[in-house]
Design a protein. Structure first.
Length: 556
């Protein structure tokens, strides 16, 4: 393909990245609304993420198992373009299913919430197909060495979706008015705010999925593209992943069974639920280390998992997606939960309600957009001097876009703008220090993430709030770095390795419910210790993967 055609193809490809971001960030507004509307606890509300990101894992795992049984790579047989089209059609089905499952639902009908989760699962199952095809597709549209920059560009479009998603969904559900907490509770209780607006939203989203599928189908500039590598079976890896899936299903199945009936949970039951959730989390970590240890001794049957950079990268994707999602998804509860009848939340700030959360959630996800826009600068090959200037200008232009988008319904105070501008300045410093090196980038931004979460845990007021919000800024650049480093040097196992990495989006399904239950058992602010742990692993991964790749002599 010519360079011009590559750019046209990439422009078409990034439309699906927008959808992923729009829906994923919208969850952060939908979750606190569901908690109020369906009368559920913080753990149950996080099951939105469990259904959404769990579908990524199940979709990628099913593709892997079916490919193994048929002895050919199904996605490669379809071609990346067709894989995206099939994924969009499946997501459209999920979006349309949302209408009948919520028809006539009223406040307090918890059973309807579980039907909503099924619809979400189908939408995200389609996203799983799209992601499995789109990430290697973007890398294949040019020099592999600049693949991470194209992923950053696509990620920037994805993050534009994450920025406007919370604002649009808040407008759809609550309208343009800003209700007081009592007024909002009364309107929900009296069914003046209903799921009808959600039905209409998802009918519209389903229509957009179909339109995007048509765009891909009829686009002559978008090649079918297939991997040149032959399918490599990995029976031991498959068996380990099936066992892991059974453990996770067993753990969550047990917890679901304890929610049957209207019995108030005792402290002992809550602690038991938390322990079972940690068993599911530890099972993922154990599976990764078992694979790494076993494949080192006997690589036969492990496929791509015989490469330590891939196995370590799987856990890095797990923790990265987990921390990115959990910080945003629990943010709403942090800001709206009253602390000891003080009229203030745990941070010492005025308590907000569901209709007032959208601006802060948009700001958090907007932080990801800022970093990814900066990461995409290299795609356009600017001169060294211009690049330095753009590293400073682009983040604040992106911040201006966030403020403009939010002006539809919200406005930030001058203090809030100043606080976030300072956080952006810290991020810019990180970019200058990293110098486009993926390992250095991961080291610097993981460390900044740890510092930010610790400040959020021990400080109060706007300092704590914006420390948590800056998590989006520091997560922003990690996905392409981890993805690129993890598949470096995999050769014929690159396609399989990409599929394993997509499976580990599972982190977004496991870590937010764990934090939700930590919040139920302890406090919402202290539950953010799990975010510290995630960033700490990412810092370890940055050091470890450099050692592994240097030992193999792999260029990264």
């Amino acid at each position: 393909m010519s360079n011009q055609n590559n750019k046209s193809a990439l422009a078409t490809l990034v439309t699906v990245f927008f959808f992923w971001g729009f829906i994923a960030a919208s969850n952060s507004v939908f979750i606190p609304f569901c908690k109020t509307y369906f009368n559920i606890d913080q753990f149950q509300s996080q099951l939105v993420d469990f259904a959404f990101y769990g579908a990524y894992y199940i979709g990628a795992l099913l593709l892997f198992i079916l490919s193994g049984s048929m002895k050919k790579d199904i996605m490669n047989n379809w071609g990346y373009k067709n894989g995206i089209i099939y994924g969009l059609l499946l997501s459209a089905v999920g979006a349309f299913v949302m209408y009948p499952v919520t028809a006539g639902a009223e406040q307090g009908q918890t059973g309807v919430f579980y039907l909503v989760l099924i619809a979400y699962f189908i939408v995200a199952l389609g996203f799983s197909l799209q992601q499995t095809a789109a990430n290697p597709f973007a890398i294949a549209l040019g020099d592999p060495k600049t693949g991470s920059h194209r992923l950053n560009l696509a990620g920037g479009i994805n993050s534009f979706g994450t920025t406007i998603g919370p604002v649009v969904v808040s407008l759809v559900i609550f309208g343009s008015a800003s209700w007081s907490t009592d007024e909002l509770a009364s309107m929900i209780a009296n069914n003046e705010i209903t799921l009808m607006t959600v039905q209409q939203l998802y009918l519209g989203v389903g229509g957009l999925f179909l339109a995007a599928a048509a765009l891909f189908y009829f686009s002559k500039k978008l090649p079918a593209l297939k991997s040149e590598t032959a399918f490599e079976p990995a029976n031991k890896a498959r068996n380990l992943l099936i066992i892991l899936t059974l453990v996770i299903v067993g753990c969550f199945g047990y917890i679901f069974s304890t929610y049957s009936g209207d019995v108030t949970a005792s402290d002992d039951l809550e602690h038991t639920r938390l322990i079972v959730l940690f068993i599911a989390l530890l099972a993922v970590i154990a599976a990764v280390f078992i694979a790494n240890s076993s494949a080192t001794k006997q690589p036969q049957g492990w496929g791509a998992m015989k490469y330590p950079q891939l196995v370590l990268g799987m856990l890095a994707i797990f923790t990265y997606v987990g921390v990115e999602v959990t910080v945003g998804s629990n943010l709403g509860e942090l800001l709206k939960q009253e602390f000891e009848n003080s009229g203030l939340n745990a941070l010492g700030l005025p308590v907000l309600n569901d209709s007032q959360l959208g601006s802060y959630i948009s700001l958090y996800w907007g932080g990801l957009m800022i970093g990814r826009w900066v990461g995409a600068i290299t795609v356009f090959n600017p001169s060294k001097g211009l690049k330095k200037a753009l590293l400073i200008i682009v983040p604040y232009v992106a911040f201006g876009v966030i403020i403009l988008v939010n002006s539809i319904k919200y406005s930030f105070s001058s203090d809030e703008i100043l606080f976030f501008a300072v956080c952006i300045a810290v991020q810019i410093g990180g970019f200058f220090l990293a110098k486009d090196n993926p390992v250095q980038t991961l080291k610097i931004f993981s460390l900044l993430g740890i510092i930010a979460m610790l400040i959020g845990l021990f400080a109060s007021g706007n300092v704590a709030l914006f420390a948590f919000l800056s998590g989006g800024l520091f997560c922003s650049i990690m996905w392409p770095c981890i993805f690129t480093l993890s598949i470096a040097g995999l050769g014929k196992y690159t396609s399989q390795g990409s599929a394993f990495l997509i499976m580990m989006i599972l982190g977004g399904a496991i870590i937010p419910p764990v934090q939700g239950k930590l919040a139920d058992v302890f406090t919402i602010q202290s539950s953010y210790w799990i975010a510290v742990a995630c960033f700490a692993y990412l810092l370890f991964y940055a050091f470890r993967t450099k050692t592994v790749l240097d030992k193999q002599g792999v260029d990264y």
